[in-house]
Design a protein around this ligand. Structure first.
Ligand code: LMR
Length: 395
């Protein structure tokens, strides 16, 4: 039977990581997968994570299963981080959080939940988006549709065009929004635009799903969830969050689906349906990463240390954005890259064509995603010149 199966194409992002690892060139540069690197090109383990693990190692007495919805303290702290400690929804018990294997796991639980409860819903997704988004919702049997996001230059948000297309959405459809650090463009709505999106969603009866994978990587922990909080204040909302980037816990697969409902009974019932999706999928989530996050967020000293380490990662990315813009201006003065300095998070759309991306890989061992998305967090003082020389040549 397996002889009849055709090979799947490589994943547009993770497939590049495999190709990079197999590339024998010693001066190769990986700007593909969204993983933070320090200025030495290493992905560090946060010191607060190391300390939390040390404490857990001393204290842990078993590796029992977690409940279907995961680590109790992790879930509580996650909801507070997203919605704020003074959130009215939390105080009114209108929130249910289910731990998930990473942000992707959270998106898949959300997709399964919608697929089971509202099977006719279409999920609207920005064009461009993270390539995994459509397939996660399609895998749950849902239809997806796309709306425009960027302006013609590709360097700003065209909210009018986005909402014009969304006028064709039907009540009960879902709208997937990037909470901050839009992947792949790094272009986010401002507070006024979030207000407009929130009013639009409620007027039209759409269900907002916030993908929150980069909290703290844009402007700050609270600043990056302005849209999440606005939408959660305005009505029913699903939030899919990840601790991969902001805690550097990539391989531990730590994330959560947070459901904000209109009353406590609805939160309980919807949360129980999310648990049913989990049980039928992977039974219950892994313990270690969630215990680490709970340990950090439950201790004032470790939390302060985490804030500092997160701010340092954020500052490094901002600094690399500025260095990249300056280095490109020196090499290709007639092409404006200044927009890259204004964008937020790990990624920017470079505007490079697929052919130029291909040349960077084959001739220079520089790996970026085919859409032209650059992981700015992979640029270092050590690889900046070589990178910009190569880009200038292919341009
Ligand atoms: C990315 O967009 O590079 C990250 O979110 C990692 C992934 O799973 O694709």
């Amino acid at each position: 039977m397996f002889e009849l199966i055709q090979a799947a194409p490589p994943d547009p992002i993770l497939g590049l990581g495999e190709a990079f690892r197999n590339d024998p060139r010693t001066d190769k540069i990986n700007l593909s997968v969204g993983v933070f690197q320090d200025d030495d090109g290493r992905t560090p383990m946060l010191a607060c994570v190391k300390e939390a693990e040390r404490r857990l190692l001393e204290r842990e007495t078993n590796k029992n299963y977690l409940g279907i919805d995961g680590h109790v303290e992790f879930r509580r702290r996650t909801a507070e981080l997203l919605l704020g400690v003074d959130s009215a929804a939390i105080a009114q018990s209108r929130v249910a959080t289910v731990q998930s294997p990473g942000g992707t796991g959270a998106l898949r639980i959300a997709a399964d939940l919608i697929g089971r409860q509202f099977p006719g819903a279409t999920v609207w997704i920005s064009q461009p988006t993270w390539p995994n988004h459509p397939q996660i919702f399609q895998a749950a049997g849902l239809l997806t549709a796309s709306h425009p996001y960027l302006d013609a230059a590709g360097t700003g948000l065209d909210l009018d065009a986005m909402l014009r297309t969304l006028e064709t959405a039907r009540p009960g459809d879902a709208l997937l929004l990037h909470a901050s650090c839009h992947n792949p463009s790094g272009i986010d709505p401002d507070a006024t635009q979030w207000e407009r999106i929130s009013n639009f969603v409620r007027e039209r009866g759409l269900l907002p799903i916030l993908d929150c994978a980069y909290q703290g990587f844009g402007r700050g922990l609270d600043e990056d969830v302005v849209g999440v909080r606005r939408l959660a204040e305005s009505g029913e909302t699903l939030i899919c969050s990840s601790c991969s980037k902001n805690f550097g816990l990539y391989g531990e697969r730590v994330g959560a689906l947070t459901i904000v409902a209109s009353d406590a009974d609805a939160a309980k019932a919807t949360g129980s349906q999310a648990k049913a999706c989990v049980r039928a999928n992977y039974s219950n989530p892994p313990i270690h990463g969630a215990a680490v996050v709970a340990e950090i967020l439950g201790d004032a000293t470790l939390t302060a240390q985490w804030h500092d380490e997160l701010a340092a990662m954020r500052r490094r990315i901002h600094a690399m954005r500025q260095a990249f813009v300056a280095a490109m201006a020196a090499r290709v003065p007639n092409r404006d890259f200044s927009f890259i300095a204004d964008q937020l998070g790990m990624f920017s759309f470079s505007g490079l064509t697929p052919m130029q991306v291909d040349r960077l890989k084959s001739e220079y061992g520089i790996y970026i995603v085919g859409s032209g998305r650059i992981n700015v967090a992979g640029i270092t003082r050590g690889n900046l010149d070589r990178l910009c020389d190569a880009i200038a040549t292919v341009l």
